[in-house]
Every structure is written in C-alpha cells, then in structure tokens.
Design a binder for this molecule. Sequence first.
Ligand SMILES: Nc1ncnc2c1ncn2[C@@H]1O[C@H](COP(=O)(O)OP(=O)(O)OP(=O)(O)O)[C@@H](O)[C@H]1O
Ligand SMILES: [Mg+2]
Length: 253
Amino acid sequence: MDSVVQIRDLWVSIGGRSILRGVNLEIPRNVVFAIMGPSGSGKSTLLRSLNRILDLYEGVSVKGQILIDGVDVYNSKTDPSEVRRLVGMVFQIPNPIPNMSIYDNVALGPRINKLVRSRWELDNLVRWALEKAYLWDEVKDRLHLPASKLSGGQQQRLCIARALAMKPKVLLMDEPTSNLDPVASAKIEELIVELKRDVTVVLVTHNSFQASRVSDYVAFMYDGQILEVGPTGQIFTRPKNKLTEKYITGRFG
Ligand SMILES: Nc1ncnc2c1ncn2[C@@H]1O[C@H](COP(=O)(O)OP(=O)(O)OP(=O)(O)O)[C@@H](O)[C@H]1O
Ligand SMILES: [Mg+2]
C-alpha cells in the first residue's frame, strides 16, 4: 500500500503520564481517514504528534517513528518547519488572524516560506486555495476586509484555504465542524470529500454520521491505543471490537 503516513510503535507521554501507548497506523494517500473514540482517548494528541505541534507542550516525550511522505518526522536531522509545511492543520474553533485581511490570512504562509516568486503567482495561489475551500465566490469582491467580518463557517473555510495554500500532503482536522450550525457543517463536509483529490485528510470527529458520510477509513481509539481500523462501511456494519460497536451505535459509557 502507498501510505502517506506511517506510524510505528508510537508512545507519547506528557508530564510522565502515558497518553499514546504503542500506536501503529498506515494512512493511504488521497483518502479521508476518520479518527473516532471517546473523550480523552488521545485523538488530538495523535494529530498533534503528526505535525510536531506537540513540541510546543511542556514535558512531552515521544518514542517510535512517524514517516510522512517519506520524511522521518522525529529524526533529529528533520526540520520541524518542513514537517509543518507537509502537514496542515485546522482546529475546532476557527482561528484566522481576525484583524488581518482575508487575502493576507491565506497569503501569509506562502509569503513567509517563499513559495511564490511574484505578486501574480501569489494572487493565483490565494485564489486557488479559496476556490478549493469553497469560499472564493463569497469573498472575491472583498478580499481586503478583515477576516473577523466573516461568519463562523466562512472563517473555518478560510482556515482550510490558509492550510491548503501551503500545498500540504496531509491536512489534519480536529472536530472542524463542532462549533458550526448544520448548514455550515454540511458545506464543510462536502468540501472535505473534494479535498482528497489534493491531500490526505485526517479527520477527528465525534459524529458517527459525519464519519460515515465523508470518510473512507475509520480508526477507533480507546485509552491511547487504536483498537480497530478498517474501511468505513465495514466499521459501521461489522465492527470486530465490542467497544467500537458500542461507541458507533451511541451506547458508550
Ligand atoms: N498538554 C497536556 N498536558 C497534560 N495532559 C494532556 C495534555 N494534552 C492532553 N493531555 C491528556 O492526554 C489525554 C488525551 O487527550 P486528547 O486531547 O488527545 O484526547 P481526545 O481524544 O482528543 O479527547 P476529546 O475528544 O475530548 O478532544 C487526556 O487524558 C488529556 O488529559
Ligand atoms: Mg480532542
């Protein structure tokens, strides 16, 4: 299998407490890969280990190996900024820079990382990313308005555009619709399915319906381990693990 993410025996502890305990996972290219599991099971920690945002926390120790598109994420020779370019991230609460313009929110990363050589190239890249994020038509006449003027759903799509502008191989989304109304959520779900042409999407969601609508694979996490992984249809119809079954049918706890 041509996996874009390979996780081998990953152990993460924070402040001496074991949070991830021997995670092994392969994520194929150009799929939507959902991670489900109860609160506190380690889903966000797993995402944060993929782009080394974990480095920013106190008292973190990471053991094991993560390869992303062949890059050995925790190798001492690997530059964390290279990792963060390969792996984009969208959070639960939309976090554009509020007083910065819509255009600049998307343009900032490519500018700082010198991904473009001219204003013309930058304009094209910004437009491309906003189109991919299904936002272009709504903002093309007001690109210089501050991002704070957008609705919550639009701000979340702006954050998706900002991540895409860096041309990542993997896009991490940690409960990206949990703060949005059903209409805004539906739009983002539609978008997630389209995005897999360009990137591999790793989506943490508590919503079984969302996972079944958008994902190709589901991994079920419990207490710092992955208990079960499989094609979405199989996980929802014939889960092998009793805990997976309990969780997806909403009979957990
Ligand atoms: N910075 C931190 N310092 C100490 N403990 C942490 C830190 N971040 C996470 N943990 C602990 O790691 C465990 C897993 O947390 P994590 O946020 O990964 O869970 P989760 O599956 O994303 O939960 P949720 O569904 O509620 O978002 C929890 O017990 C949490 O308290
Ligand atoms: Mg979480």
